[in-house]
Design a protein around this ligand. Structure first.
Ligand code: HEC
Ligand code: HEC
Ligand code: HEC
Ligand code: HEC
Ligand code: HEC
Ligand code: HEC
Ligand code: HEC
Length: 414
């Protein structure tokens, strides 16, 4: 299966990030499906793609390719699209009895599958319909997926999304019962969810439909890899018997050696909210000062704090963060999948040793599940979607590590 599907997990999507733009005259462009690996690899100078790392970092690549970072965007396929196309499961009713959506899978003569969303309006037999293809899948599907389509070289959002707990739903932020195929995709959306898209002259949702690269790949966090690959390959050529070569490496960035601020910047690039872009999307490089590229609101401004998509802002308000050298890397290894709360609680205990100054009260519950009380799941109000009359707000893990009186009370009363 392309993606983990934990039904209990909350549903999440950024909605405020989609801008509605009028649909203008089409510009000619190639179809997305013509993108090839070589075209993608050459899209940016010095970038070589994950396959180039396989030879020497096979374990890291295999483990990373199971993470939601890597799976966060993909080409449409039977495995990457999690919504179902089988008859009986392929329609979405809306609050409007005169509008429903149908999701179809079809095959070309060569057997290549393609996928589409059709909005059917009116009462049979007097119905009209609009059909658009699913061309790009955004979201690992751990929580949900949103689908994009190309019109020439412009990218738009489809009105139907998939949510792990519900199946097909109205896309987040869309008005239930109104079909809308005109939401233009902003470059920042792709900057957070893909490795590269090459912007074209305005309007803002024009991209090169061939020179793009999906999934968050190694070089997003490590910078261009060509020099490193060439250097290491030449070392191997000189010493064919040894698999790895001792001594210094160069030509690639290792965030472990960044300052604390630059480490936080790397994660904040995508985990501190939308912000205001000061430079074109995809121009920030790991190790750069992020505030030259994106203007993010300072931590204090999150009142009330929102748990969606802003782990950085929340963590920065925590006493742990302010009184130590903590970064995201204190708890997370992004090369693998981590959901074991015991693992995270052991991270707490590296600083909060029982009976030490930072863990003063002997009456405090001695448990391995610190996260349950001090980093609870909370509802977010930033993501709202309406489906079949229900208004849903998903839950996210709060990264504001602190004492939550409500949670403590509910635990104490049990
Ligand atoms: C020809 C072999 C080879 C290839 C190909 C290769 N690497 Fe490496 N890489 C190494 C070796 C050897 C080291 C030294 C440390 C080690 O053994 O992990 C290293 C170290 C690294 C480091 C740590 C660098 C440091 O300064 O601490 C990173 C990050 C890295 N590689 C990423 C990548 C990425 C990303 C790719 C693909 C774009 C890649 N490597 C391709 C051999 C290779
Ligand atoms: C989301 C950001 C991110 C992505 C994507 C990423 N890395 Fe890393 N990588 C890091 C960070 C941060 C460090 C330093 C801290 C650490 O080791 O976790 C690191 C360290 C490394 C190191 C040196 C440390 C070690 O374990 O030897 C290697 C090698 C490496 N990464 C290879 C890769 C490869 C290969 C890929 C793609 C398959 C990849 N990374 C994808 C963030 C990332
Ligand atoms: C280029 C954008 C980008 C960067 C840089 C980035 N992330 Fe992410 N991260 C994402 C997106 C998007 C998701 C959600 C993926 C999905 O489920 O579709 C995510 C998901 C995650 C998750 C959830 C994983 C899971 O299994 O549920 C963790 C943890 C995480 N990121 C940590 C980090 C850390 C730590 C850093 C800094 C080293 C970092 N990320 C850098 C975009 C990014
Ligand atoms: C500032 C970076 C950023 C932007 C911009 C952004 N996202 Fe996200 N998105 C994330 C992160 C990070 C997550 C992981 C959940 C979280 O932390 O809220 C996520 C989660 C999601 C998910 C759920 C994935 C899953 O299964 O867990 C979907 C779907 C999604 N985003 C779609 C979009 C779309 C579509 C756009 C643009 C129209 C967009 N996002 C814009 C960062 C971003
Ligand atoms: C890198 C070290 C470090 C790690 C890891 C760490 N903390 Fe802390 N934490 C601190 C420090 C330092 C303080 C401040 C202590 C003080 O002010 O006396 C603190 C304070 C706290 C407080 C008091 C908060 C308040 O607002 O008064 C709680 C609760 C807490 N930590 C829980 C946790 C939990 C739970 C984890 C794991 C999820 C964790 N910490 C991980 C260093 C850490
Ligand atoms: C003190 C430990 C700790 C630190 C530091 C930390 N996290 Fe987390 N993170 C967790 C825990 C615990 C979870 C929940 C894991 C789970 O339940 O699967 C989590 C989950 C996440 C998720 C998935 C969100 C969700 O609700 O499912 C993302 C994204 C994430 N972290 C990003 C970050 C980023 C970015 C940073 C740095 C700003 C960071 N984390 C720092 C402990 C930490
Ligand atoms: C059942 C809920 C619960 C769990 C589980 C829990 N805590 Fe707490 N924690 C509390 C409450 C309530 C307080 C505030 C009252 C107090 O000080 O006893 C607190 C206070 C704290 C403080 C600040 C006060 C002090 O003791 O100095 C720290 C640090 C802390 N917890 C860390 C942890 C760590 C680390 C874990 C995991 C080993 C953990 N907590 C597990 C409920 C919990």
């Amino acid at each position: 299966m392309a993606s983990p599907q934990n039904k209990r997990r909350a549903i999440a999507i950024v909605i405020a990030l989609v801008v509605t733009a009028p649909l203008k005259a089409q510009t000619g462009g190639q179809n997305a499906s013509t993108a090839t690996t070589s075209a993608k690899d050459q899209a940016r100078d010095g970038y070589v793609g994950d396959d180039a790392c396989l030879r020497c970092h096979a374990d890291a690549v295999a483990s990373f390719h199971k993470t939601t970072h890597y799976l966060t965007s993909s080409e449409p396929s039977e495995t990457s699209i999690l919504g179902k196309f089988t008859s009986g499961n392929n329609t979405l009713k809306t609050a409007n009895p005169g509008l429903y959506y149908r999701m179809d899978e079809s095959r070309s003569d060569k057997g290549k599958p393609s996928f589409s969303v059709t909005a059917v309006e009116g009462d049979a037999p007097d119905t009209t319909s609009e059909t658009e293809p699913i061309d790009v899948v955004i979201g690992s599907g751990e929580k949900g997926q949103t689908y994009l389509y190309w019109k020439g070289d412009r990218l738009f959002e489809l009105p139907v999304s998939y949510w792990a707990s519900l199946g097909w739903v109205n896309s987040p932020g869309y008005r239930d019962g109104y079909s809308d195929f005109d939401r233009a995709i902003i470059p920042r959306c792709l900057e957070c969810h893909a490795t590269y898209f090459k912007s074209q002259p305005p309007p803002f949702n024009r991209f090169d439909p061939v020179g793009y690269s999906l999934g968050i790949q190694c070089e997003v966090c490590h910078g261009p890899g060509r020099e490193h690959v060439a250097l290491e390959a030449s070392k191997l050529a000189r010493r064919p018997t040894s698999g790895t070569v001792p001594g210094s490496t160069s030509g690639i960035l290792n965030p472990a050696r960044f300052s604390r601020e630059r480490q936080m910047d790397l994660c904040a690039w995508c985990h501190a909210g939308l912000g205001w872009s000061l430079q074109p999307a995809f121009s920030y490089r790991p190790g750069d000062e992020l505030d030259k590229f994106i203007d993010l609101p300072p931590p204090g401004r999150y009142a009330p704090p929102d748990v969606h998509g802003n782990q950085v802002g929340l963590l920065e308000q925590s006493a742990c963060y302010r009184s130590s050298n903590m970064t995201c890397l204190t708890c997370h290894d992004v090369h693998g999948t981590q959901h074991d709360v015991d693992y995270f609680s052991r991270k707490c205990l590296t600083c909060h040793k029982p009976h030490s100054a930072t863990f003063s009260k002997p009456s405090h519950p001695a448990t391995s599940n610190c996260v349950h009380c001090h980093m609870p799941r909370q509802h977010t109000n930033m993501i709202v979607f309406n489906s079949e009359g229900k208004r849903m707000t998903p839950e996210m893990r709060s990264h504001w590590i602190k004492i939550y009186p409500d949670i403590q009370a509910s635990v104490a009363n049990r």
